[in-house]
Design a binder for this molecule. Structure first.
Ligand code: C2E
Ligand code: CA
Ligand code: CA
Length: 577
């Protein structure tokens, strides 16, 4: 159809709208035009400078359009009826010599229209070709509808929903009094229905729930469907608390069971609510916050609801801020290593230092790992940070040695995160860090938590073995908090077990905890491993562990983690605690 239209316009000596005149039509094109006319849903007419119809021909169009000859000599306005309103401007421009394309609604059908100033000798006028695009437009609209609606429920989908939210946000920016908000409704136990009764039943359930929810929204609101969730944009709110009332309405609508394939099913939804606000720049952010609130509500159980509050928002913004700050901190060198001694329990001599990362924050002071490591893990910043820790640890050993600290130097123990261990070139990275300072592998010990090792014991084994080939020591950190399988334990290439400090902290008054510690010490020795007890805070802890034959201890009794200068003093003394 499109080709026919273009051909016809071409035959008429069409020009792009607004361009200069081309040559007049030839007799040959008259013939081609007539042939095309007979087969295309078009009409062609000419008008004089007073917009009187001077000729009219209709192609393959319904009869109502074909009675055109009766129009010759009459006003164009009569021919077009209401359509003349949109056409008038095009004819006005054509009279000034411009070729104009526009859309014309004429007797209930939609036409693509082209008006061209009359190019032949004689009185001024215009030639008009109209092409029926009703079906084409209809098909386009169906496609558009399919792209913007969910096939199961026929409700707007995520794309359309976000678009509506975007419009509402724009209105909010223009008019600060405009209030709106969104709700995310997660269908509880939907997966259960899908798994037990099948996908088709799941779809039926969604449709039934959509049918219940739809009457609860006003015409200006948008109820959308995405997966097992429904989202609602509530526009033009009177008061913020209205959103909670809307949530109540939804919950009430689902009090009665819905019928799915002849079965009565109780459906409930967990709801997260977020209020629109100018702080949101993108609709996705508002939807994300509603999701956050919904997940909070889930914790309370099915059917609960939660409003995304300032606190949640502040935390979300805070995290974003922290991530940016952390990136800068790496560039500006705001991270530090502090050192905590690991002491031989039998002799009291300093055996090693554990390097523990700190962040010297310009405003918040010295931050401990709990303040920033979880986010570093999540964002991947742990990788550059971990590399810095490796390099700094090695640099420090070298500096102590160059500064004439007593030999032999204790080993340096550094912590590895799971993500670092998953990196394929970790071994090469460690090698580079050692080489840069001219250190031997045996001067370094790496600690990996039990959980990380056991999560994927088979794949970590290869990496740990690679580290051991560099003559490095490997310790299992926080031992006793994870789920070690003993079968894995005796095959792992490790040297040391570090008993998690929670065992000592909880030991006071719990004799069976004491027995667990004793068992771990024995187990470690049976496997040929050294054992370090973490969290030794009292002389009693120390005595107990010494009596159990534990090799080393670490904890506040000896020293908290200290900065490099203080650690150096300990080194010169050679003894701690
Ligand atoms: P961790 O490896 O178990 O480190 C020991 C933690 O216990 C340190 O906390 C230390 O300050 C604390 N501690 C030491 N002695 C005692 C004691 O007697 N009593 C009590 N209650 N606590 C004691 P910190 O420095 O806050 O580090 C926390 C965790 O952060 C570390 O636990 C480690 O998992 C992680 N971490 C620290 N530095 C790094 C690093 O450079 N890289 C990686 N990946 N993780 C690190
Ligand atoms: Ca550690
Ligand atoms: Ca530990």
């Amino acid at each position: 159809m499109g080709l026919g239209w273009e051909t016809l316009i071409g035959l008429l000596g069409r020009r792009a709208p607004g361009t200069a005149r081309r040559s007049p039509r030839s007799g040959e094109t008259e013939v081609a035009l007539r042939a095309a006319l007979a087969h295309l849903p078009v009409a062609v007419w000419s008008t004089d400078d007073e917009l009187r119809v001077t000729s009219f021909r209709a192609g393959a169009l319904p009869r109502v359009y074909v009675d055109g000859p009766g129009f010759v000599g009459r006003a164009l306005q009569e021919l077009l009826g209401m359509g003349f309103v949109t056409a008038a401007d095009a004819y006005h421009r054509a009279s000034a010599g411009e070729a104009v394309d526009f859309e014309l609604l004429w007797r209930g059908r939609l036409f693509k229209a082209h008006v061209e100033p009359w190019t032949e000798e004689g009185p001024a006028g215009a030639l008009t070709v109209v092409f029926d695009i009703t079906e084409r437009r209809h098909a386009e609209e169906q496609l558009r509808h399919a792209a913007l609606h969910d096939p199961v429920t026929g409700l707007p989908n995520r794309t359309l929903f976000l678009d509506r939210v975007r419009q509402s946000m724009a209105r909010g920016r223009r008019n600060p009094g405009h209030r709106f908000g969104i709700l995310v409704l997660d269908l509880d136990r939907f997966k259960g229905v899908n798994d037990s009764l099948g996908h088709l039943a799941g779809d039926d359930l969604l449709s039934a729930v959509a049918g219940r929810l739809a009457p609860c929204v006003r015409p200006q609101d948008t109820l959308a469907h995405m997966g097992s969730q429904f989202s609602v944009l509530v526009d033009d709110l009177e008061e913020s608390s209205d959103l909670v009332r809307v949530a109540d309405r939804f919950r009430a609508a689902l009090m009665r069971p819905v019928r799915v394939r002849g079965e009565e099913v109780f459906a409930s939804v967990t709801i997260g609510i977020a209020h629109g606000s100018p702080v949101y720049l993108a609709p996705e952010a508002l939807l994300r916050d509603a999701h956050t609130a919904m997940h909070r509500a889930k914790v309370q159980g099915p059917g609960a609801f939660q409003v995304f509050d300032e606190g949640m928002h502040a935390r979300a913004v805070g995290r974003l801020h922290l991530e940016t700050e952390m990136r800068h901190a790496l560039e500006r060198g705001e991270f530090r290593l502090h050192y905590q001694p690991i002491v031989s329990l039998s002799s009291g001599r300093l055996a090693a230092f554990e390097g523990l990362v700190r962040w010297q924050h310009p405003r918040r002071g010295l931050l401990v790992p709990d303040d920033f490591l979880p986010l570093a893990e999540e964002t991947g910043l742990i990788l550059p940070l971990g590399q810095w820790v490796l390099e700094e640890g090695c640099r420090q050993i070298r500096a102590w040695r160059d500064g004439g600290a007593l030999a032999p130097l204790p080993t340096m123990s550094l912590n590895l995160s799971g993500r670092q261990l998953a990196e394929c070139d970790l071994v090469a990275e460690v090698q580079r860090a050692l080489d840069a300072e001219g250190l031997a592998g045996c001067e370094l010990d790496l600690e990996v938590t039990e959980n990380v090792i056991m999560q994927d014991a088979d794949s970590t084994r290869g990496c740990l073995a690679g580290l051991r080939d560099l003559d490095l020591g490997v310790s299992i950190d926080d031992f006793g908090t994870g789920h070690s399988s003993l079968s894995h334990l005796d095959r792992l290439p490790v040297d040391t077990l570090k008993i998690d400090r929670s065992f000592l902290q909880a030991h006071d008054g719990h004799p069976h905890r004491t027995e667990i510690v004793r068992t771990i010490v024995t187990l470690g020795h049976d496997l040929g491993l050294e054992v370090i007890a973490e969290g030794i805070e009292t002389a009693e802890h120390r005595a107990l562990l010494t009596e159990m034959g534990c090799d080393h201890g670490q904890g506040y009794l000896f020293s908290p983690p200290v900065d490099a200068d203080a650690a150096r003093e300990m080194l010169t003394a050679g003894v701690a605690g």
